[in-house]
Ligand binder design. Sequence first.
Ligand code: FES
Length: 89
Amino acid sequence: MSILELTEEFDIHLNHNCGGVCACSTCHIYLLKGEAFVEGITDKEEDFIDRAINPKLESRLACQCIILKDQVEIEVEIPDQRRIIGHEH
Ligand code: FES
């Protein structure tokens, strides 16, 4: 399961305009803790992160963060999404 899928399961709003296929940057998050427990970043993901609003070292795309283990602690911050066009997706 990805962090994006987790937000949906718990009814936490997070944009995902491309539907979770690493073709936009609207599911941009900051992964503050637990990097070792999610799939590593790919070149394609890095390219789209560069297009996100205010990218940082801890930036990831939530749809690409597949959680690799159960019972681990992962901490995520969702940046302000109001500047994203179509932010109600
Ligand atoms: S939803 Fe588009 S890259 Fe994650």
